[in-house]
Write a protein that binds this ligand. Structure first.
Ligand SMILES: N[C@@H](CCC(=O)N[C@@H](CS)C(=O)NCC(=O)O)C(=O)O
Length: 212
């Protein structure tokens, strides 16, 4: 059975979207980051970057949350009712890759800087100035995505693709940082994608469960 290392609220949720939507049997393996379990030799053997998530599918080991999403859609996408989650044409795939990279770099990048400078770096490494710059950068890119999503139900074309399941997690994170206050189309999109019956928990729900 496939194994997914990582639990909510981590980026493992990006992989869980695909595992759920594709009805793939899997085992979730918790890795306690606060206890340093990502630094054990066993974990470093599957991801030398010491980060979650990691998917193990037989002999195949994939880290990087967006890569796991693409791998699952590529290998098992025909299980998805009505389409493979990856566009059929190079043009469609080009747009899907565009938005996946945009989400992972232009939107997640500043969100990650905010997290690093708010609570992950040691207090003497944290910088309020970095947070302010990251918030500005993120807001600018959210405005670009908001413009793109005007009148659209899906990130690419007229069907669900991997980009939607990446956008779901990334926008949920952005929303927690109040980045969607001026983005009504993204707010509506976020609500509708999390209303899907197989949606995983939100980041806030995952955090609450972790603290409980
Ligand atoms: N680019 C990576 C980032 C992975 C990442 O930073 N994961 C966090 C949890 S959400 C982690 O494992 N952090 C542990 C650390 O940075 O020490 C991905 O998308 O999978």
């Amino acid at each position: 059975m496939m194994k997914l290392y990582g639990t909510p609220p981590t980026r493992a949720l990006r992989a869980m979207w695909l595992l759920n939507e594709l009805d793939l049997a899997h085992e979730i393996i918790p890795v306690d980051l606060r206890a340093g379990e990502q630094l054990t030799p066993e974990f470093l053997a599957i991801n030398p970057a010491a980060k979650l998530p990691v998917l193990v599918d037989g002999d195949v080991v994939v880290s990087e949350s967006a890569a796991i999403q693409l791998y699952l859609a590529d290998k098992y996408g025909d299980r998805f009712p009505g389409g493979g989650l990856i566009p059929d044409t190079p043009e469609g795939r080009g747009q899907m890759y565009r938005w996946l990279f945009f989400l992972m770099t232009e939107i997640e990048g500043p969100l990650w800087r905010i997290a690093l400078h708010s609570f992950l770096y040691a207090p003497d490494e944290q910088s309020a100035g970095e947070i302010a710059l990251a918030r500005r950068d993120c807001k600018r890119m959210i405005a670009v995505f908001e413009q793109h999503m005007q009148g659209r139900d899906f990130v690419v074309g007229d069907q669900l693709t991997v980009a939607d399941f990446n956008a779901a997690y990334t926008l949920d994170w952005a929303n927690l940082e109040d980045m969607l206050d001026d983005a009504p189309a993204l707010q509506a999109y976020l609500t509708s994608i999390y209303a899907r019956p197989k949606a995983p928990v939100t980041i806030a729900e995952g955090m609450a469960a972790l603290e409980a």
